[in-house]
Design a protein. Structure first.
Length: 363
């Protein structure tokens, strides 16, 4: 594989350019309710062992008939606003009125965007403060700005028509944007994708150099129990963030979204020697239009991934989401398999990141 460089250029007074090594890995096989494809994926990262690690997971996917089955479960972008009421009873009355006027609010959203649609409004009351969480569909955009624009219009409308409330903030942190929280995993933000792979016993042995029982046991002890003891927030995985960041940087995404994007749960089961492996990612925030997508390397990468086709609004972003989620599974599977064997992980890092003549474990 040939290394390329993901380069972002921003025209400022100093005109700085940032370059990150990028490599296409795979191919990997994907099926499911969004796409059926075989594709390589781009990962921009300084962590060079990530490329062969994801590549090994991709190889496994190509050795199974259906490959990675990616199921898009839900999608929505959110923005929460904060309003202040005189007391909790007034806040409760305002919340009830907002729900009763949901169709009026949808009309407000239609008036400020061609693509945004208001799906639902949820609320939380704390003392005399009312947090309103607006949920939108946003087409092929990740939807941050679209949701904020719509929320700004909704907030203005509510302040003018709902008695007893006053302005608090256009963002109340109940969204929750780029912060680890429980609410996004429960209510959803971005694309919710579940990826599954059933790996035959011989592939587990020959390619991953382990057994289904070892991977399942490690996943229970490390990802589930270890994360519980560490106080993880709705998350039980080894390193979703590694693959997401590499994919996000290569495809023009807002990389800070890996904070909530990397919250997810890995499952592994020994099924009579075959390995059932699944990754659930409830907060994948990706888009194929919007900020960052006009850069040359991003356009090239999205086109190569098949995410620049003439499809119904939202379909290109859905395709991008399931490809991202499949890449996460590949890297997660490969790392857990490596960690079932003493020394394998460090040997890979020494071989790929350091001069073999001078490398010393623990140096």
């Amino acid at each position: 594989m040939t290394d390329t460089r993901a380069t972002a250029t921003h025209a400022t007074a100093t005109h700085a350019t940032a370059g990150i090594p990028m490599r296409w890995v795979g191919p990997l096989r994907i099926s499911g309710n969004v796409a059926r494809t075989e594709t390589r994926i781009p990962l921009a990262t300084y962590e060079s062992p990530l490329w062969p690690s994801v590549g090994r997971g991709a190889k496994v996917s190509m050795l199974t008939p259906e490959g990675i089955v990616a199921t898009l479960v839900d999608e929505r972008m959110t923005r929460s606003v904060l309003v202040e009421a005189t007391d909790a009873q007034a806040a409760h009355s305002a919340a009830q009125l907002v729900q009763a006027r949901i169709e009026d609010l949808r009309e407000v959203v239609r008036g400020c965007s061609r693509y945004a649609q208001l799906l639902a409004v949820r609320h939380e009351i704390n003392a005399n403060l009312l947090f309103l969480r607006f949920e939108f569909s946003t087409g092929d955009a990740s939807g941050h700005n679209m949701a904020t624009l719509a929320s700004d219009a909704l907030l203005a409308h509510l302040l003018a028509t709902v008695p007893g409330i006053s302005y608090g903030s256009i963002s109340g942190n109940y969204c929750t944007d780029k912060k680890a929280s429980a609410v996004n995993g429960i209510l959803g933000r971005g694309k919710n994708v579940v990826t599954e792979l059933l790996v035959p016993r011989d592939v587990v042995h020959d390619v991953l150099h382990t057994t289904a029982a070892k991977v399942a046991r490690l996943n229970l002890r490390k990802n589930l129990l270890g994360t519980l003891l560490a106080g993880g927030v709705r998350s039980a995985n080894a390193h979703y963030a590694n693959m997401l960041l590499g994919f996000y940087l290569a495809t023009g995404q807002d990389a800070a979204n890996i904070v909530e994007g990397s919250q997810g749960v890995t499952m592994a089961e020994d099924r009579d020697g075959d390995l059932y492996f699944a990754c659930t990612l409830p907060n994948l925030i990706v888009g194929t239009v919007g900020n960052g997508k006009g850069l040359g390397f991003v356009e090239t990468n999205l086109t190569r991934l098949g995410c620049r086709e003439d499809r119904a609004p939202g379909d290109n972003a859905r395709r991008l989401a399931v490809i991202a989620a499949a890449g996460v599974l590949c890297g997660e599977l490969s790392l857990l398999a490596a960690q079932t064997n003493p020394g394998e992980l460090m040997r890979a890092h020494v071989q790929l990141e350091r001069d073999p003549k001078t490398a010393k474990v623990g140096a």
